[in-house]
Design a binder for this molecule. Structure first.
Ligand SMILES: O=C(NCc1ccc(CNCc2ncc[nH]2)cc1)c1csc2nc[nH]c(=O)c12
Length: 250
């Protein structure tokens, strides 16, 4: 997967590339991550990258000419590197809320150019002319688009074949997709008098699989019933959930 990042703070993305799953994927060239900094296109003495808003008001906007130069350079590189026209994504509080379905779509959309804003954002005409999709990661105010861009890249990269070493966990994800995870346990067997559920010590893998699915269904019902609305249950899952509800009926 080829991803170009337009950001004033490319060094922030070291958090993504220096370690972990994504770091290894970049190293193994499963993912190509390249950066363009609008400041590198500044021509004035102060190398300014922000500009004042028409109509006045607090805050600044990203300077149009340096931002567009960086977007064009990233887009051109994407085409040279992949032979495909990239989808240009702008992270913004006004964007579509990112969820796993959106991540799946982005992961299979070919090369991406991801634009991370700073200040109060970017000129609306740049959104209209150069941006294909606007995405937000949630309804809370952050200081810029870099953390949202890293969230998007991390989530999308995990779906690229070969990025996740232990394939089964990716399969698990798909198996549980749309449900909350079940409780997990590891050594010691007792913590402050609290024991590990017997089924997990039984070695009965069918019973363990059943217990985990039941817990996922039950927890989703308890904590995020909205997730169940968009997800049909088969007969077995319906049965397990009903058992859970009966066991937890107050
Ligand atoms: O660039 C981002 N944030 C920086 C930022 C925060 C606030 C404002 C505008 N503030 C004035 C205002 N707001 C409402 C009315 N008037 C502009 C830019 C960002 C990208 S994706 C994302 N997803 C979740 N949260 C985020 O903040 C982000």
């Amino acid at each position: 997967m080829w991803i170009g990042v337009v950001s004033l703070f490319p060094e922030m993305f070291d958090a993504l590339t220096q370690q972990g799953v994504i770091g290894r994927a970049v190293e193994k060239q499963r993912i190509a991550l390249e950066f363009w900094n609008p400041r590198d296109y500044a021509t004035d003495r102060h190398r300014s990258v922000d500009d004042r808003p028409y109509g006045g008001g607090p805050g600044m906007l990203m300077k149009v000419d340096t931002l567009r130069a960086a977007i064009f350079a990233a887009r051109e590189r994407a085409q040279k590197a992949t032979g495909l026209v990239p989808t240009v994504i702008y992270l913004s509080p006004q964007g579509r809320k990112l969820d796993q379905q959106g991540v799946q779509a982005l992961a299979s959309a070919g090369p991406l150019v991801v634009v991370a804003g700073r200040y109060e954002g970017i000129d609306e005409r740049v959104v209209e002319s150069d941006i294909d999709e606007e995405w937000s990661i949630g309804d809370y105010v952050l200081s810029g688009g870099e953390l949202p861009a890293m969230v998007l890249i991390d989530a999308a990269a995990r779906l690229i074949p070969g990025v996740l070493g232990h394939q089964d966990s990716a399969v698990e994800d798909s198996f549980n997709d749309g449900l909350l995870d079940c409780p997990h346990y590891t050594r010691p067997e007792v913590i402050d008098g609290r024991q590990v559920p017997d089924v997990l010590l039984s070695g009965n893998h069918a019973a363990i699989k059943r217990w985990r699915l039941k817990q996922s269904l039950g927890r989703t019902w308890q904590r995020r019933p909205d997730l169940l609305e968009g997800r049909p249950l088969d007969a077995e899952q319906r049965k397990l959930l009903n058992e859970f509800i009966e066991e937890h009926a107050l």
